[in-house]
Design a protein around this ligand. Structure first.
Ligand code: 5AD
Ligand code: SF4
Length: 470
């Protein structure tokens, strides 16, 4: 572990000077835009990129024709890659209009040599390329990009250390993600993450808790502990700490009203963790528990290390111990060799567990993963048929779970003004459900008791039944 210090701060100061002189010459502030693809981890990384950029004097904007534009990419499925290439196609026009503009691409996609090659060949206007392991060097790269003439490119094969205390510009005032670990050692056979995010590394608990305390002091009420496999938190640290211990401590920090976490692996979901969630009402009544498949033979080839029955038992134990919990999941359809009977098994789990929500993905072949080398890739029409069956079951179950809450009163945290319904704000329950209630921007970041009056499938319209809850 080390802190973000002299060298990086030197580059930020240097960049500030560049931004100041250029802004003066332009007669307007210089702007920067960070575009995020992918998961919560990437969203958190983008808050660090924005933190550096705003410290360097840039005005942060959502407009992509900014003076500095950076795409923080995801490569979990092929359509994530394609989205980035599609967006990049438009950037050359911005650059023609503003020749001083600098364009950067970073994140998971850049950890793959073929993507870097493609960018250099097809999008030669890109000025800066870096990956996931060296994000903390962003101030140095930023300076290099504005000072030099050529492209700056730096991709690392692995992380050298965990760097603490990067400046951060939070997207939301009242909630925040917190990295508790980086990387993944699970090697599910379809998944690119272990290759682009590297080996598992846990942050020191005292650093994490210090961050939670700082956030709480800054008005944050809800936090989400982030890791690719949070249940194995603590492995490799000198301190004897487990994920349930950390979760409990984070939930005990004064001022923190809700704690979420993402993502646990079913194979390591301990009875201890269930108990900690059950006994601490600050911990959200929501468990996201990726199933991927309900078929034992597919699970085995996915290297998931649990069986259909073990998953069902776990989900039922969670529901039994924490009756008001919502369980959501991820499902992949079309994994190599998957038959209609395998999909039946997935449907069986969906019916038995009754997920409150589920993300269903079509299997995407990722170069370099074991599954990409498997024979019997599933024909597209069979994939589509399976996908539709899974989607129907998922949606039907989610509606059933949702309608069961009709009329109940729950505490909800108001997140934002609802842009579709004038005079409404959108709030989130502890179980992660969204409810729209009449209100205005002054309510953002506050908790209210809300009656769930009108079920609209996966969300509710409701009404506030009392005063703000402190
Ligand atoms: N193809 C399809 N879906 C995938 N996921 C991860 N890798 C792939 C892939 N190659 C899904 C999993 C995971 C979620 C984040 O993305 O369901 O839980
Ligand atoms: Fe995408 Fe995975 Fe990287 Fe997150 S960690 S951005 S899901 S590839």
């Amino acid at each position: 572990m080390s802190t973000f210090e002299n060298e990086e701060l030197y580059y930020i100061a240097k960049m500030r000077e560049i931004v100041r002189t250029r802004s003066e010459a332009l007669g307007r502030p210089m702007t920067a835009c960070v575009v995020t693809f992918g998961c919560q981890m990437n969203a958190r990384d983008s808050e660090k990129l924005e933190g550096v950029l705003s410290r360097a004097g840039f005005v942060i904007t959502q407009e992509e024709d900014a003076d500095f534009l950076i795409y923080n990419t995801c490569t979990v499925r092929d359509n994530a890659d394609q989205r980035v290439f599609g967006r990049l196609g438009r950037v050359s026009h911005y650059k023609k209009r503003n020749p001083m503009m600098k364009v950067a691409v970073c994140g998971c996609m850049m950890q793959e040599a073929s993507n870097v090659e493609k960018i250099k060949k097809s999008y030669p206007f890109v000025d800066l390329i870096f990956g996931t392991h060296n994000l903390y060097q962003f101030p140095r790269y930023l300076c290099g990009t504005f000072e030099g003439t050529g492209r700056v490119e730096d991709i690392w094969e692995a992380a050298d250390r965990i760097v603490e205390d990067l400046p951060i510009r939070r997207k939301y005032s009242y909630k925040s993600g917190i990295n508790i670990m980086f990387g993944c050692n699970n090697f599910c056979s379809y998944c690119i993450v272990p290759y682009v995010r590297g080996r598992e590394r846990s942050r020191e608990p005292r650093e994490i808790l210090r961050e939670v305390e700082t956030l709480a002091a800054d008005g944050v009420k809800e936090i989400m502990l982030l890791g690719q496999n949070v249940n194995s938190y603590g492995t490799g640290l000198d301190t004897d700490v487990t994920f349930p211990m950390l979760l409990n401590e984070a939930a005990s920090v004064k001022g923190i009203r809700r704690v979420r976490f993402m993502t646990p692996h079913p194979k390591d979901f301990s009875p201890d963790l269930i108990r900690v969630i059950r006994d601490n009402p600050v911990i959200a009544r929501h468990v996201h528990l990726p199933l991927q498949s309900g078929s034992d033979s597919v699970l085995k080839r996915m290297n998931r290390r649990y069986t259909k029955q073990q998953y069902i038992d776990l989900a039922q134990r969670i529901r039994h111990e924490i009756p008001d919990v919502s369980i959501t999941t991820d499902i992949i359809v079309g994994f190599p060799g998957e038959t209609a009977a395998d999909v039946d098994d997935t449907l069986d789990v969906i019916e038995k567990v009754g997920f409150d929500n589920a993300y269903t993905f079509i299997y995407s072949k990722r170069r370099g993963t074991p599954a990409a080398r498997m024979e019997d890739q599933v024909p597209q029409d069979q994939v589509n048929a399976g996908f539709n069956r899974v989607l129907e079951a998922v949606q039907r179950n989610a509606r059933m779970r949702s309608i069961a809450l009709q009329g109940q009163v729950h505490e909800a945290l108001v997140e934002e003004v609802n842009t579709r319904n004038e005079g409404y704000v959108s709030a989130r329950l502890s179980n992660n459900m969204i409810v729209h209630v009449p209100g205005d921007a002054s309510m953002i970041g506050k908790f209210y008791p809300v009656k769930l009056s009108e079920c609209r499938g996966f969300y509710y319209f409701g009404e506030i039944t009392g005063d703000e809850r402190y």
